[in-house]
Design a protein around this ligand. Sequence first.
Ligand code: ISE
Length: 337
Amino acid sequence: GTLGVAVVGTGKMGADHVRRIDGVTSGARVAAVVDLDTARAERLADGIDGCTAYTDPDAAMAADDVDAVLIASPGPAHEAALLTAFEHDLPVLCEKPLTPDAASALRVMEAEQKLGHRRVQVGFMRRYDAEYMRLKELLDSGRLGRPLMLHNRHRNATLPVPGFTSEMLINDAVVHEMDITRWLLDQEITAVTVMKPRPSSNAPEGLQDPQFVIFETDGGAVVDVEMNVNCRFGYQVQAEAVCENGTARIGDAHGMLVNSAGQWGGSIAPDFVARFEDAYDREVQAWVDATRRGEVTGPSVWDGYAAAAVCETGVTALTEGGRREVKMIDRPELYRS
Ligand code: ISE
């Protein structure tokens, strides 16, 4: 039957997912919305048939018509929501980050292992972006030989949220390159270095923006990330793989190119909701489809933990300097496939 989803957290991403499940995704409906802001939750629920507003995630997850949970609350609230979902043995799509640090990610991983089966897909949506999927397919085919390096550019027009900190450039933004690097190369990140250009005058006082981040991997690849959250011109994510026998690059252009008034070119998305709209659609549809088949696919709690471990190392590299090695536990049996 139709999957009844409880959406926990109705901020920018949560509200977008509510709209998506209600209007785009097939095989699912929004059965519950949960937010500490009661008025906000009620406003959303009012517009959807058979949708109930809650302030308490536990009450929503206990409801008869809730079969699965989408967690889109702030990162620090994820651990409690995940553990509650495990108590009800409900399938979860958890927005990134899984949790804000490696220790809490480990606790979630231990709890999921106790259940004995995977329950969580982590919201690293870039894995569902059409261009990244093509790049992954090409690298996996071996046609270009072994990947030697990845060059990444990750640019936001302006601060994603007011008060965005230098650490958040790593934890909230570069975290996507950490995941996509691990996925594209099928390798773990073993060391992180952060270079600090003199900050842009567009950046608020005290913010280290941009940052130039370097990863090393256990397969011997070197990966760089230009992270910039004040580029002013739009939202842009690009990646180039340099392999032994060729290179492949994505993210240069989207959609239509226009010739007009002595100019040639296209347009640039304003933000991640627009740039990755198709990826989010595909991500949520894949989650719903897998859940209805009784399966769990996509980025796992292990991937969420690995990203958290690399983030912690990245923040140390940012604040203390130098090349910092990543410390991670061995991959538990449940996450080997
Ligand atoms: C935000 O949380 C994201 O996930 C976006 O992809 C990223 O570009 C942005 O900087 C983050 O704040």
